[in-house]
Design a protein around this ligand. Structure first.
Ligand code: BES
Ligand code: ZN
Length: 633
């Protein structure tokens, strides 16, 4: 895809000027950064604009770079509306300007546009996978999407007299989207719809959140703007249907939301759909939201902006705008189109300085994309006026459907990623048997969590008819070819023993070599109480032990050892030693004993079997001051 080519010629600060022109006292003034062509218009509209600083930047397109001077200027608030009109009507292009809360903030923004500037990622170490691997989820969603639904949303939204950010229609339009999205969410517990209240104006942004399952802290954002504008006037009664700009983008997103929720799609990442307030007056709504997300440290891994999706004015279907967007993500978006909508053709263009809400996210360092309905020079001539209607687009929404489908594929492909999932298994509880039955070749995976400090982990099957085999593995699923131990006798009686298990999750695969019925599986291990555990090479003092008194100790011997030596020594009296593997010995039941007439007793197991050895010390005569030492070699 597009590779941003950085010209060596460029650039940096070209001039820093402080204007001698002053503006009239009393007028509300705002700071904006503005592209070159738009600035030429502004000079005519508002000759007493104050220029603070300017910079030559690249706005960059495929294969070559566009150089443009961007200026930080202070203008009267009242000039903004005329400026926006002039940009669209005279220049036939978008982009223009971004409003800043102060000169300092504007200077920072200007710095961020410097040649070759690529914003520091908002969140370090977040490089999403752009692998396309959710066809089985995405494709059925795309076939459910319908242009008529998109058309209806455009009709409904453009029925407001206008959706200008200060008017009643602007407020009601936001409420309408909230209610529409709430109805689609239909009470689902992991989906919320909220309005985002902005500080300086009554129109609210709308945010739908589809809460992610196991990777919820990473967020995918898709948005469009809900406001509209008529550059001829901004009263309550000025018509600004904004059918293409941007009811169409909201409608494309709404249809994506509809099918995702209707199919009960559960994302692993959190997905947010945002209808931004106040885009047409300087990206105000999105700027506030993107700043808040950045300040809150939200891990936004990708942003897609849909602003104007239904006017088919160019030869190609979808144009990926290259400025203020992320090249790697754009390449992924291009791949989404070729994968999921292979009949569509893809173009690229650049939009201008800050032409829509993606620029707000880009300014905060987040990766953005802006798929657009036409090439820049052929965009809908009716926008920002009373003529931006559904009828003007042929009263159909076939073009917007392509963008709705692209949004769905973007949301699901990015929304479905997360860390590797633990394998799906039936979990076993210690000493609780589970029934096993199945046709020949039936396989089932079980998991069993083994804590530290236990011994003799066993998996046993028994009972019923048939021929069950079992395979055990630590940390990952067992298979008939990958296992720690197996037991594959000719019937259902199988035992796996792991004498000195490592703490962790063990997986057991049961495989019916021939049909099995009525069998059961049980997992177990032995716990040793911690007060009397011997450590190889560390002697323990026995203190005083009364006549016939006993003390029992344990020690876990790993596999592959050459000897276990148990040695009693020192002190007074007559202690005897008894040892047994796997269970506590008595003076009559033991594997080995040493019962001489003093405290000098030694038991040695050569090439000991792995497992827990129990050691019983018995005072044949009262003992005092002896010690016990176990040594594993
Ligand atoms: N949808 C337009 C942007 C647009 C128009 C893109 C035509 C491509 C072709 C958007 O709503 C808009 O009007 N943006 C403003 C910029 C904003 C900072 C006021 C514009 O372009 O003037
Ligand atoms: Zn617009």
């Amino acid at each position: 895809m597009q590779q941003r080519i950085l010209s060596g010629l460029v650039l940096g600060l070209v001039l820093a000027v402080t204007s001698s022109v002053t503006i009239q006292a009393g007028e509300k003034k705002i700071w904006i950064t503005i592209g070159d062509k738009a600035y030429q218009e502004l000079k005519q509209i508002a000759p007493n604009t104050i220029l603070s600083e300017s910079r030559l930047v690249e706005s960059g397109t495929a294969g070559f770079s566009i150089q443009e001077t961007v200026r930080l200027v202070q203008v009267e608030q009242s000039a903004i509306q005329a400026l926006s009109g002039a940009i669209h009507e005279k220049l036939k292009r978008c982009g223009g300007f971004i409003e800043h809360s102060s000169e300092a903030v504007g200077r920072m923004a200007l710095g961020n546009t410097a040649a070759g500037y690529s914003p520091a990622p908002a969140i370090a170490s977040l490089a999403p996978s752009y692998v396309i691997d959710n066809q089985s989820t995405v494709t059925p969603l795309l076939t459910q999407m319908q242009a008529t639904n998109i058309g209806q949303t455009i009709v409904d939204l453009s029925a407001f007299v206008n959706r200008y950010y200060t008017t009643t229609g602007g407020v009601n339009g936001s409420n309408w989207i909230r209610d529409k999205w709430l109805a689609l969410a239909n009470g689902r517990s992991n989906v919320t719809v909220e309005q985002f209240t902005h500080a300086g104006f009554p129109q609210k942004s709308v945010i739908m959140t589809m809460q992610g399952t196991d990777n919820a802290s990473e967020v995918v954002i898709l948005g469009g703007h809900l406001d509209s504008i008529n550059t001829a006037g901004t009263t309550e009664t000025t018509k600004a249907p904004g059918a293409d700009d941007d009811a169409s983008g909201i409608a494309s997103l709404t249809e994506a939301i509809r099918v995702m929720l209707a199919s009960n799609y559960q994302p692993r990442r959190t997905i947010k759909f945002i209808a931004y307030a106040a885009e047409e007056v300087g990206l105000k709504g999105s700027a506030e939201i993107a700043k808040k997300f950045k300040a809150d440290g939200v891990k936004v891994i990708g942003v897609m902006q849909l602003d104007m999706t239904n006017y088919k004015g160019s030869a190609k279907d979808i144009y990926l705008y290259t400025d203020y967007t992320n090249a790697a993500q754009n390449s992924f978006v291009s791949n989404l189109i070729t994968t999921y909508q292979p009949t569509l053709t893809i173009g690229s263009d650049s939009c201008g300085y800050g032409c829509s809400d993606h620029a707000s996210w880009h300014a905060q360092g987040y990766p953005t994309s802006m798929p657009f309905e036409t090439a820049m020079s052929e965009s809908n001539p009716k926008i920002h006026g009373a003529g931006d209607t559904y009828a003007n687009m042929g009263s159909q929404a076939n073009h917007a459907l392509k963008f709705g489908r692209l949004a769905t594929s973007f949301a699901v492909e990015l929304g479905s990623d997360g860390p590797a999932l633990p394998p799906s298994t039936i979990s076993l509880t210690k000493d609780v048997s589970v029934a096993i039955a199945g046709a020949a070749d039936a396989q089932t995976n079980y998991s069993f969590v083994v804590p530290s400090g236990v011994s003799n982990l066993t998996f046993k099957t028994s009972g019923g008819t048939g021929d069950l085999d079992i395979y055990a593995q630590l940390g990952s699923l067992a298979t008939p070819t990958s296992y720690l131990q197996k037991s594959d006798g000719a019937n259902n009686t199988e035992t796996i023993t792991i004498a000195a298990p490592t703490a962790g999750t063990y997986y057991v695969l049961t495989n019916a070599a021939s049909a099995v019925s009525g069998a059961s599986l049980i997992a177990s291990y032995q716990t040793t109480s911690s007060g009397n555990v011997l450590t190889s090479g560390v002697a323990v003092s026995l203190g005083s032990v009364a006549l016939n008194g006993t003390k029992t100790y344990t020690i876990v011997v790993p596999s592959g050892k050459s000897s276990l030596t148990l040695k009693l020594s020192g002190g007074t009296g007559d202690g005897d030693l008894y040892a047994k593997l796997g269970a506590a010995p008595s003076t009559t039941t033991y594997d080995k004993k040493s019962d001489g007439a003093t405290n000098a007793e030694t038991i040695t197991f050569s090439a000991p079997q792995a497992g827990t050895y129990y050691v019983l010390v018995k005072a044949y005569a009262a003992m005092n001051g002896a010690s016990l030492l176990a040594t594993i070699q």
